[in-house]
Write a protein that binds this ligand. Sequence first.
Ligand code: 13P
Length: 237
Amino acid sequence: MTDRNHADLRQGIVDTCKEMNRNGLNQGTSGNLSHRIPSGMLITPTSLPYEHMRPDDVVAMDFAANYQGSHRPSSEWRFHRDILRARDDINVVLHTHSTFSTILAVHERGIPCFHYMVAVAGGNDIRCAPYACFGTQALSDYAVNALEGRNACLLGHHGLIVTAQTFEKALWLAVEVETLAKMYVHALAIGEPPRLSETEMAQVHEQMKRMGYGQAPDLDDVGDVPRPVPQPKLAPH
Ligand code: 13P
């Protein structure tokens, strides 16, 4: 286990963490981020504020929990490892304590299909895993279960996890889920909102698949969607 390289992924972890702080998804030393590598994963070090984190601070860890680096790995290495191990369709696990997702999680509530965008997490709801202490195997087991068929889940009395193939998609999804959580919390102020039906959600999933929604669509592969045409060059003044 000698992954000291992967300079681009190390830089990607640093950049993504800083972006999480900039866009308000995270603050202080809460949250963590990992990316799959052939020998296991790269993961943020524990308790190091993102403003001070450099690519060399990122820890390389195999799935047997051997690690290399000048810092200890995130206290949540178990759920990062277990999710990456359980899901070979994803490369990135991102965890935040973003405010509105956590407001729902402290009430042990997930996000139902009150809005069609819930489908971007892969199903008809975003589940909330039961509470377990941070850094434990129990928390990891609950998280893996809550992510079954999904790319996002809340963690009871704790925060949010999203999974994706790339850093960009993970950040995008985290912002979408946090926005849904914010909308749901506000919607609850005037009562529990009605839910979309199974049929309506099935249509949303189908439409998202057809349009490659949120997946950097390849417009040549789909039907009646707008296509970009080359812009005529403007004559110089
Ligand atoms: P780490 O600094 O150990 O990653 O912990 C932060 C956190 O959010 C724990 O859930």
